[in-house]
Design a protein around this ligand. Structure first.
Ligand code: FAD
Length: 594
């Protein structure tokens, strides 16, 4: 349309020139007749690439330094640069544009059940495994889970969908411990800083990945409805062996080397280890029926599969499959919180980058007072998400190692915080992520809404964002899990302890603390569980930011979130230090302002 208008304008100009009869000669290169000149691109932002994502993210740097002062700076700095590189961003674009393709049969009609990925997918997987985002922290000392958590957030800014198999390969470790033979066989491959994409027996591979299969057609949240049957078949070096018959309605990353799945054994719903190759070198039958046609998460394959005489080994106690596999689910929930915080940062950074360059009404869009309010509000939300997700990672790290990286932290307290924060952080951060993505998209105006062969990163973020809220337990399931956490632990004492340092710092904080303690002690009815999850999340976001965020951020968060429940972004009160908040979050500042 613009091109057509340009041609029309040029020809009108030509007619006018002839009619006026002027002696003026217009050469071919004169800007008034040069059609190319009408295509000059002005006032567009530069691509947000070749950015040092670690240096740009002051909120994450401050949070990690507070929880783990001795973190490996060289490693995370290197990841910040690689994850922000134009070269890997190009791979992310291609991996999302060229979606995985399912091959069910070969040309002779034999089943092959393999998924082919674009080389960009493999490049991103290799990057993630080399960055030790999968099983590596289980072989590292105190602080390993925290460093991995910060790195996971940075890698999410690059591309979130490959992090599905990476996350499952990380999270499986505690469940796998229940079968020491399998742990010994697969643990080293899951922790190796290597990615081996071959569909081949695991013994000959340099690196391994794992997935999980719980959800069936007739029930996902309610896994008790699972109908896949497990018939005992014997026993071998990997323990009790079963034959599985049934299906899984969602089975992501089906090219992983093995999966934890739930199936009904004679003794009840149980957890099984299902490898794609059997120990004798035969392929284990997993019929991939089709790949899901998803809203986003395009680089990753999510399959529907059927088992027919598929071999699997018992993990943990027969009949105790749900708690067994939920040891894995608790850690993928951590990754949902981390990943969403990372995606929020990506959306915010794009919005800040664009609005700093795009001019409207005589100055950069970001300098208009109303836009500054929107940006500052999104920055507060993103910093709060980052802080809460990393707080949960700190609890995981301390409880796994039996000691904390931060002086004075108490492991008994961390145990309660881990139990409490897993559903709270997963619920609240994922809920806020989608709202923030919509607002960040709007900051880019029309450009935010276009896909442009995968160059529209904001559109990709927007499509991806709701996923973390759904999988690994949707919002209501998280809120109900919070009620379960209240029953088993002295949550009121833990919340009071967690908030002790921030008490008295802001009147809204003190009021919110009193309300939460009252609600926790009373125990809300089921229909109010989301309200409590939100209130606990906001309170603890404020408490943790009091520890490591600048006072301007803490005060503004309390003022804008704890007294009033804000509904849209950009409602910060006039007196709040919006400019300072925006400068702290700005990638151009390298996050130096405070
Ligand atoms: C892209 C993608 C990939 C996935 N990959 C995998 C995978 O690899 N492995 C796997 O096992 N699963 C996977 N899942 C499935 C996912 O974990 C489930 O979709 C999710 O757990 C919800 O289950 P469901 O779809 O059966 O919904 P349902 O269980 O039917 O829930 C529907 C709604 O009802 C709500 N609800 C349920 N029970 C209650 C209650 N008691 N009170 C109030 N509300 C309730 C839920 O919160 C939800 O909002 C994937 C999903 C997606 C979208």
């Amino acid at each position: 349309m613009a091109w057509a208008m340009a041609v029309v304008c040029a020809s009108i100009q030509g007619v006018r020139t002839r009619l006026s009869g002027t002696a003026e000669k217009l050469s071919a290169s004169d800007p008034r007749t040069d059609v190319a000149a009408t295509h000059a691109v002005t006032n567009q932002a530069t691509p947000y690439e070749d950015v040092d994502l670690w240096r740009a993210n002051a909120a994450l740097r401050d949070a990690l330094a507070w929880h783990h002062p001795g973190y490996d700076r060289g490693r995370i700095q290197a990841l910040g640069r690689s994850a922000g590189s134009a070269a890997l961003q190009q791979q992310a674009r291609l991996a999302n544009l060229h979606r995985p393709v399912l091959r069910t049969h070969d040309r002779f009609g034999r089943r092959v059940d393999q998924v082919e990925f674009h080389p960009g997918y493999h490049a991103l997987m290799e990057h993630a495994c080399h960055a030790r985002l999968h099983g590596a922290p289980w072989r590292e000392g105190p602080g390993g889970h925290l460093e991995r958590a910060a790195a996971f957030m940075l890698a999410t800014e690059l591309e979130p969908s490959v992090l599905c198999p990476v996350s499952m390969s990380y999270a499986v470790a505690p469940s796998l411990r229940a079968n020491p033979a399998l742990e010994a066989a697969f643990g080293p491959g899951l922790a190796a800083a290597a990615y081996d994409p071959r569909f081949a027996p695991p013994a000959g591979k340099t690196g391994l990945t794992m997935g999980m299969g719980m959800t069936e057609k007739q029930g996902g949240s309610d896994v008790r409805a699972n109908t896949t049957r497990a018939e005992p078949e014997g026993e071998d070096a990997w323990g009790r062996r079963f034959r599985l018959t049934g299906h899984k309605w969602f089975f992501s990353a089906p090219m992983c080397d093995a999966f934890l799945v739930l199936a009904q054994a004679p003794g009840g719903l149980s957890c099984f280890f299902l490898p794609r190759w059997q120990p004798d070198g035969a392929v284990n039958p997993v019929a991939i029926q089709r790949l899901k046609d998803k809203l986003g998460n395009h680089a990753n394959a999510s399959a529907e599969v059927e088992f027919d005489g598929t071999t699997a080994w018992l993990v943990g106690e027969e009949g105790r499959g749900v708690p067994q596999i939920l040891a894995m689910g608790a850690l993928t929930r951590l990754d949902c919180a981390l990943g969403t915080a990372g995606l929020m940062r990506a959306a915010l950074a794009l919005a800040l980058h664009h609005t700093a360059q795009r001019q409207a009404f005589g100055r950069p869009v970001g300098e208009h007072p109303l836009m500054r309010n929107v940006l500052a509000d999104m920055a507060l939300e993103t910093e709060a998400a980052t802080a809460l997700a990393l707080r949960l990672a700190a609890a995981v790290d301390a409880t796994e190692h039996g000691c904390a990286t931060r002086a004075g932290a108490d492991v008994a307290h961390e145990t309660v915080m881990r139990r409490l924060l897993t559903p709270v952080a997963k619920f609240w951060i994922c809920k806020r992520g989608s709202l923030l993505a919509q607002e960040a998209m709007e900051c880019l105006g029309g450009n935010g809404y276009v896909e442009e062969q995968g160059e529209g990163v904001m559109a990709r973020i927007y499509r991806e964002m709701p996923l973390n809220s759904i999988w690994e337990g949707a919002g209501n399931i998280m809120a109900l899990d919070l009620l379960r956490a209240l029953r088993g632990h002295d949550v009121a004492a833990a919340v009071a302890h967690e908030c002790a340092a921030a008490r008295g710092s802001h009147p809204a904080f003190d009021r919110a603390l009193a309300c939460v303690l009252h609600a926790v002690e009373r125990g809300p009815e089921e229909a109010q569980a989301r309200r409590l999850a939100r209130d606990v999340a906001l309170l603890l976001q404020a408490a943790v930011m009091r520890s490591h965020a600048p006072a301007a951020v803490f005060d503004s968060f309390c003022a804008s979130r704890l007294d009033d429940a804000a509904d849209v972004f950009g409602l910060l009160d006039a007196g709040l230090p919006m400019q300072a908040i925006v400068e702290r979050a700005s990638p151009a500042q390298g996050g130096t302002a405070s």
